[in-house]
Design a protein around this ligand. Sequence first.
Ligand SMILES: [Zn+2]
Length: 492
Amino acid sequence: MTQRIAFAGFNLESVTAVPQVVDSEAFERVCVRGAELTARFRGTNTVPGGCLKVCEAEGAELVPLFHTLLGALGPASDEAVAQFTQEILDGIENAGPLDGVILFLHGACWAAGYEDVERSVIDAVRARAPSLPIAVALDYHGNIDSQTLRGADIAVAYRHSPHIDMGETGERVTRALLRLLREGRRPGLAVARPGIVIPSIMSATALEPLATIMAEARAVEAAGDCDISVMAGFSYADSTNTGMSVICLDWDGQAAAEAKAKAHAGRLHGARHAIAAAIPIMTADEALSDLERRPAQGRPIVLLEHADRMNDSTHLLRALLDRDVGRVNVPFLLDPETAARAHAAGAGAEIAVALAGRTAPETGGPVEATARVIWSGPKSFTVSGRYQRGSFVDLGLTALLQIGRIRVSVVSHFAFAVDGDPFLIFGERPEDYDVILLRSKTHFRDFYEPLADRILVVDTPDLGPADVRLIPYRQLDTAAAYPWRNDGAPTP
Ligand SMILES: [Zn+2]
């Protein structure tokens, strides 16, 4: 018998302090539905791509409702959460007979009117369809607790950051759901929390001691019949369940799931100081003096302005304008106003610009400069790097600007600059630059670690600090649940 499984993806990582609220219109801009979803994602390294792959191989039918994924921005509007939740419920209602549903959620979507957005979505589906098996795929940076998943039968999260395993995660969640349907039994599902918040910059899974803890989870899986998701959480979304967590899905039952989740959470707690200080963080001054040591030919230095949350921070760009550190590239700076002005002026024109830095006071304010317009126009592309390979990205109106020896691409829609695409799409190569200014946290490592002469991680006074003690939490109870605060932990 062919299983029919509905799929819905509603995915946003929210920085609570970002003033710009993500409304329904923004989700709608990247939303695909029905047959278009299947056509768009088949064969891609994405969660729906992985779900389709397993369904098609196993003779099951994936019923595509919708998929909208916006990366890392500000809070979602309450209306957007309500609207897309309703669309899932309507989709399930109208899909005909269903055997299960896969929900692809982030885990760190934040909206002012919700205590836990993902819990609310899962609970709404559970209330509408009490006996329909619900399988959830989550981002490794999701903030969850056992209450988040109280309505779910299955839950798994990415195992890698950079998230090179999005497709694999779609495969894992679909295989687990098909197994539940075919064997007619639920696995144990448990969540344990070590009581740790870490900055995103420390969440790369190749860093020690996280890499060892991940390997231990794989060894436990190999010895048993379970799926363990160690989750970094997302410290910049302020909720009661902000922080790391461990999900264990165990076919040997609930007690086994709870014991394994707890054991891994204990392991994380024991390693918390080392996790929070896994890599050195530089001040802007330290990084700028380091830049005086020129890189090897063809091996750019990656300057990482990781505390930027909206791809428009100007702290390091401003500092670079004042000095000659070679050929610099600043990809995918978010500034629709400047993109429009450059396009109006046309290629070859010299214009006065007030670049970026406008989304919040912390982002540094606009940088004033004279820029030459190299190229402008609407731009879109298909991701060639491993992270989200095959996905369609629309940058909107885009302009390439030259300011002295600094080349900046300004875009109208938020987009990740984590691989070679920001160069390839303009017929350029990253190897031709001495310094590349990125704003990624972990995803850049897959492409840039092998390429870069060195990576300088710089803390700027921005919305995503490396020292999580600087985050003004309102909902997270740091005093009660986060003993690292006063236990002599080194400053991350
Ligand atoms: Zn993530």
